[in-house]
Design a protein around this ligand. Structure first.
Ligand code: LLP
Length: 431
């Protein structure tokens, strides 16, 4: 079920015409559905309900204040990766005590801030980091709750840039080294060994790698519980979503139907819970994309259509600076017009105005024939969309709108162009 659908020939987000939003607020424009966001969170939360659990939304996927507040209101926690993200959670009314702090490069200042705010756990990625957390905690006369990120060395079989659970990448501590690391960490007086964490990668569409990793790690978790009294096991994030055929010819098909060969929370829980339920531990999850991905779209306007001998280029006002995933990961985002077009399609490259040949949203894709002034939507852009945006080419950050039923609100104003260089100055000797 999804909340972006055609009503007549107009694309709607819940009860709001997206074209009206584009006309009122301009483009490029991110539009989010609160209903989809809520449903996605609750689906995972309910699937995990047979065990004591906490869903910590990976806010790196979408950290808009309204998105965070929606998750906080549903009782969710947050997977954070910087002091800045913790500040955002607090600003949005979230609870620091439901935050797990991940990342390989936490600074002294970030550790101190997180300790003062009382995060649930630091997910440490190296021994030097454990020593550093211990030192900062000692200075503040505090005990820091920590978990170690275990690298299970299981190939998630996802895109190379988003696989994290093998020894080829920088994350976590090797499976074989874990027992020794916990033994040494248990001697550090300002640490409390609270849990164990793992994460094998992102956009996994098969449950198998999750199952393999959990199976491999459960005996380690049991041993750590017996030896060090750990309380939680975080199985990370990574649950994949449907990017293709999200809206096929007007038929709602945002999420796979029952029986289709795709990962669902039900399948995920059915395969993992039997492995987890007898541990007697709290199970944490860190999903980002599953919750936010299909909840958002990027709306863009066609500026020009340019035909060369070989190609039909649709030049739009959105670009790689607004949504970098196609350029960076060769990611597929379905592209549909806000006003449904008749049968004729044409092989098209949808490209932005940025001066890079990598600035494209799709290549050689059969799309309805569009012209200047038409609006297009890039679907499934709610995760790793706006958060990865930049001001490259001195293009301001897009506006963001949240929809709930028939209501809509601008939840981030379009960045005024002058704000892009607001922190800059001309060196005195140049004046
Ligand atoms: N936990 C940890 C430790 C992570 O590193 C990540 C994602 C997550 C949870 C959330 O993963 P998710 O449930 O969203 O798959 N920018 C890339 C994705 C990078 C993912 C980084 N880590 C993209 O656009 O596909």
């Amino acid at each position: 079920m999804h909340d972006f659908r055609y009503v007549g020939n107009k694309l709607y987000c819940e009860g709001v015409s997206i074209e009206s939003l584009a006309k009122n607020h301009g483009t490029p424009l991110y539009v989010y559905s609160q209903a989809t966001l809520t449903r996605r969170f609750l689906e995972l939360d309910r699937a995990m309900s047979p065990v004591d659990h906490l869903v910590c939304f990976a806010m790196k996927s979408n950290s808009n204040q309204s998105i965070l507040r929606t998750i906080a209101n549903l009782g969710g926690g947050f997977d954070i990766v910087s002091g800045g993200e913790l500040q955002r959670v607090i600003a949005a009314g979230g609870d620091a005590k439901k935050c797990v702090f991940a990342g390989v490069g936490k600074t002294d200042a970030e550790i101190e801030f997180a300790l003062r705010k009382g995060v649930y756990s630091f997910n440490a990625e190296s021994e030097p980091e454990l020593q550093r957390i211990n030192k900062v905690a000692a200075r503040l006369k505090k005990i820091a709750p920590v978990a170690v990120r275990l690298n299970p060395n299981v190939d998630a079989k996802t895109h190379a840039k988003i696989t994290t659970g093998t020894y080829e990448n920088k994350f976590g501590i090797a499976f074989e080294d874990i027992a020794g690391v916990y033994a040494r960490a248990s001697k550090l007086k300002h640490l409390r060994l609270r849990g164990l964490q793992m994460h094998i990668g992102s956009q996994l569409t098969d449950v198998k790698p999750f199952e393999l990793a959990v199976k491999k790690v459960v005996p380690v978790v049991e041993a750590l519980k017996a030896q060090h009294g750990i309380e939680f096991f975080s199985i990370g994030g990574g649950v994949g979503i449907v990017y293709q055929d999200a809206i096929a010819s007007g038929d709602a098909k945002w999420w796979a139907q029952e029986g289709e060969n795709i990962l669902t929370p039900q399948k995920y829980a059915a395969r993992l819970l039997p492995l987890l339920k007898n541990l007697g531990l709290r199970i944490l999850m860190e999903p980002g994309r599953y919750i936010s991905g299909n909840s958002g779209i990027l709306v863009t306007r066609v500026e020009y259509v340019k035909r060369t001998g070989k190609k039909n280029f649709v030049i739009v006002d959105g670009a790689m600076n607004d949504l970098i995933r196609p350029a960076f990961y060769d990611a597929y985002h379905e592209i549909v017009p806000l006003t449904k077009k008749g049968g004729v399609t044409i092989s098209s490259d949808v490209v932005g105005p940025v001066c890079e040949s990598g600035d494209y949203f799709c290549k050689d894709r059969e799309l309805p024939k569009v012209g200047e002034g038409d609006y297009l939507a890039l679907l499934s852009a709610g995760a790793y969309g706006f958060v990865m945006a930049s001001c490259y080419n001195t293009r301001s950050l897009a506006a963001e709108v949240l929809v709930s039923g028939k209501k809509s609100a601008v939840v981030r104003a379009r960045q005024p162009v002058k704000d892009i260089w607001a922190g800059e100055s001309v060196a005195a000797w140049l004046k």
